[in-house]
Write a protein that binds this ligand. Sequence first.
Ligand code: DGL
Length: 278
Amino acid sequence: MSPSRPAVFAQAPIGVFDSGVGGLSIWRALRQSLPNEHLLYLADSQYAPYGDRSPEWIVERTLQMTQLLVDQGCKALVIACNTATLVAAPALRSRLSIPIIAIEPAIKPAATLSHSRSVALMATSRTLDSSGLQSLIDRYASDVEVIRIPCPGLADRVEALQLSGPEIEAELKKRLAPALQSQADTLVLGCTHYPFLRPTIEAISGSRFHILEPSFAVAAQVHRRLEQANCLNTQAQAGNSAFISSAPVDQAQKVIQALTGLSEPTMLAFPIHSLNVL
Ligand code: DGL
């Protein structure tokens, strides 16, 4: 907050956006690391998954959704979606003036950690095909084998709360097979939905991999950016959380309740009138 900016700016919420409920894995870390901040989470669950859509569609839709959070007065934006970051971050940064904290697969820490010089990456097809991912690999992991594991449909299962049980186990076994048969010692969860599947992934892979997902690193980065902008919320009381979803409210509330552990998550109406459906 600059000296001329009203104090209310520090009390404005941090906007958190994902194609659906996957970004709640980031919300969890933000809630823990920044307990005084108000959080406004937007899930575009009606239109999830983004991972199989065209880059043009993802850019347009992400711009619409993040504008909606800006219109609600958010002081900073967390793009809690690897797919939206890798495809739309440059467009967002050129349009919005508030701090944007984006998320990308943890390729850099994986390359640092891996002894076998082989890492596996689970992500959506769009993330795996993006030039953003390729440049991350070129920059930080050029001497590392990166085994790409496309996981179409997996984010949908999280949206449907299929987190454990024989069906999802069979699906994950199939997806993880190439990584389990390789030299990989590190597994990157390159989609914010997948941390909710971590217990099932661990049940299949045991202690075979270091599993990396960046939620606490993102929360630390949000803290740094707010501090730099002098707009950390220093109020003594706990911050609140509110949720907006493009899915029908009852359905959205049930899923958000299950993934956040909140007994009654506060749902705000989705301002549909302000959006074009693409
Ligand atoms: N949660 C999103 C991500 O981190 C992807 C899910 C989707 O395909 O919409 O990539």
